[in-house]
Design a protein around this ligand. Structure first.
Ligand SMILES: [Zn+2]
Ligand SMILES: [Zn+2]
Length: 629
């Protein structure tokens, strides 16, 4: 049977041929079928029927009618379906074949819609790989096994990631993203899990530390002997009152009683300035000697006030982060408190359950899971110091998600390259898709998902792209051992003996590209490999290549020409103003405006100039850089 990847609205269009086998007992769904809904459909059922109808039109060429009385074969939705979902968890669904027809029903606000998206994916082969690439094979009919009875229950009540495509509602619906910070899913599509007010680092604002700095310095954290606006003092009763007043004011303005869950973030400011006053210290000493004790006690009281005010669908969240990461003793979070644990110090060359590098995080996760029924994770998936280099975490994304699920985690946000519009030089869309699919189902066939993505995004040479990704997995952290989110290129992935083979893969993938878009996607991802090589003296940047200085200048020009405006998080420097000697003689990991004044860069420039004049000196330059990095 001929399959095609259809162009939907402004989306890409490709054609492939894949044989599809029909079993003797399969139901053959075609344009003669109808979509059955009840006579008074809910907004969820109306959306689900319209979505199913329009997608089946793209498959069959003719849209099956939506009816309220069965005539012939049908796909029944919601109340019209013969699919008992009374035992299915909230926002889950059931897809069932019975009596020659198909029945899809769901629970909660988004179960039915998710069931329709799953039907389209499972039986029609519809894949939403990016906000611009949807794959949907055309066919005269599709096969659904007669014994189909597929039940799905969400692994997490809250799922979110940023990047680029995950901000798109259709992408989020197809790939199971439910958080409301980076997308707003309309009510008929199931709505989002929204943070009311700020998403993170909100405690300074809620406690108004800046406002009271002069009049009530005792409201501020006492840190290293001085009162600081970095954090509030969380055992001061007035601070608690101020915070509660502000949280309740926020809710009176933005509370949605129809939402299944809304979250108010009462999260530490982004620094280590925790209060060391006598009261805070005494409280922490009595609760395991950890900073999280005062924070949890404070947030528990805010959560009590929220509950007492009648906000039953609201949870209050706080961070287990930096110096607050370890769980306290003799105090437990209220049921309406979420603890967001942040593995910011973790290694991503190895999974979370690697004792050597991630033992502390796993201990903290285990400790929190003993006392907290609602752990969320703020995970990381980008190199924030050198965003253009290869961040070799591809091999741990799925395993880590499984570990989190198996430790009773209820929600996950994966912070990625959220500034991708200013720095898209890597594998952003691939990572976003891998993360989304693992949030939707940590036990999915990720290998198959990766292959499908690579083919749709990079084109006919996708197997070469797969070999490249597999090499990054193989060599992740092999020398230094680990890869953290602020490491340099050399520390993340070395040594890389197969650089020549990987170079050949890039060339072959580019040669096979079927159009300019696929070629551009390959070249953009290749920038990260070139950055890595230039920082690790590999390939055309080897000390044995006298042209390596020119190659670095070309890399820099290509990075800027591709629209990159920053090389790292939190930088507003003008990349066009980087000193030409820094570009030519130092490694990309140290390319910054003003870095010509740094001691290491000055030495790199001196060494580079000598190497240019006396190539054999390149060996000295190489070993010095290896040590200096
Ligand atoms: Zn204090
Ligand atoms: Zn490690």
């Amino acid at each position: 049977m001929k399959k095609a990847i259809s162009l939907l609205l402004s989306l890409c269009f490709l054609c492939v041929s894949v044989p599809v086998a029909f079993g003797a007992d399969d139901l053959q769904v075609d344009a003669s079928w109808s979509i059955l809904v009840s006579e008074a459909p809910t907004s969820y059922e109306t959306f689900a029927s319209e979505k199913l109808g329009s997608c089946l039109k793209d498959v069959f060429g003719t849209q099956p009618p939506t009816v309220t009385q069965a005539a012939g074969h049908y796909i029944a939705l919601g109340a019209a379906a013969d699919a008992d979902v009374s035992g299915v968890a909230v926002n889950g669904y059931r897809i069932r074949a019975a009596n020659g027809n198909i029945h899809i029903a769901g629970t909660g606000t988004r179960g039915l819609q998710a069931g329709v998206y799953r039907f389209l994916e499972e039986f029609c082969g519809r894949k939403v790989y990016t906000s611009a690439i949807t794959v949907l094979p055309v066919a005269k009919s599709i096969a659904v096994p007669a014994d189909t009875d597929l039940i799905y229950e969400p692994y997490f009540e809250y799922t979110d990631t940023d990047w680029r495509s995950p901000r798109d509602v259709e992408y989020s619906m197809a790939n199971g993203l439910t958080g409301g910070t980076y997308r707003s899913i309309p009510a008929q599509m199931g709505g989002s899990v929204n943070y009311v007010g700020g998403f993170c680092h909100t405690i300074g604002g809620l406690c108004e530390t800046a406002k009271y700095a002069e009049t009530h310095p005792e409201y501020l954290a006492l840190h290293d002997g001085v009162r600081t606006t970095e954090q509030p003092c969380l055992t001061n009763p007035d601070v608690l009152d101020i915070c509660i007043e502000n949280v309740l004011a926020l809710l009176s303005e933005k509370h949605d009683p129809t939402a299944p869950l809304q979250i108010v973030s009462v999260t530490q400011n982004d620094n280590y300035g925790c209060c060391q006053c006598e009261t805070c210290t005494a409280f922490e000493r009595a609760h395991g000697g950890v900073n999280s004790a005062t924070t949890l006690n404070f947030v528990n009281q805010v959560a009590d006030a929220v509950k007492a005010a009648g906000y039953d669908n609201v949870a209050v969240d706080t961070f287990a982060y930096l110096c607050w990461q370890a769980a306290p003793q003799n105090i437990v979070p209220r049921e309406n408190v979420i603890v967001r644990l942040c593995p910011i110090f973790s290694c991503y060359a190895h999974p979370f359950n690697n004792e050597e590098c991630n033992g502390q995080f796993m201990k903290d996760l285990a400790d929190w899971s003993k006392i907290c029924k609602r752990i969320y994770i703020w995970d990381y998936a980008t190199n924030y110091s050198h965003t253009c280099t290869v961040f070799p975490n591809f091999g741990v994304i799925q395993k880590n998600m499984q570990i989190l699920y198996e430790h009773n985690v209820k929600g996950v946000y994966v912070e990625g390259n959220y500034y991708m519009d200013a720095c898209d030089a890597e594998f952003g869309e691939l990572r976003a898709y891998m993360i989304s699919k693992c949030l939707q189902d940590p036990y999915c066939d990720l290998d198959s998902e990766i292959d499908g993505f690579l083919e749709a995004y990079y084109g006919p040479g996708w197997k070469y792209m797969r070999k490249i990704v597999d090499s990054f997995i193989k060599y992740a952290g092999t020398f230094d051992g680990h890869a953290c989110i602020y490491y340099g290129s050399w520390a993340c992935m070395r040594p890389m003996p197969a650089a020549g083979i990987i170079d050949a893969c890039w060339a072959l993938a580019k040669k096979a590209a079927a159009n300019e878009t696929q070629l551009a996607n390959i070249e953009r991802s290749e920038l990260s490999w070139r950055w890595y090589k230039a920082s690790a003296y590999k390939g055309e940047f080897s000390v044995l290549n006298p042209l390596r200085f020119n190659n670095k200048e070309q890399l820099y020009k290509d990075l800027l020409a591709s629209g990159i405006r920053t090389f790292c998080e939190f930088s507003s420097e003008d990349l066009t103003q980087i000193d030409p000697d820094v570009i030519r003689y130092d490694i990309p990991d140290r390319w910054h405006v003003g870095s010509e004044n740094d001691e290491k860069t000055q030495k790199a420039i001196r060494f580079g100039k000598i190497s240019e004049w006396l190539p054999v000196f390149g060996i000295v330059e190489y070993f010095w850089q290896m040590i200096a990095s």
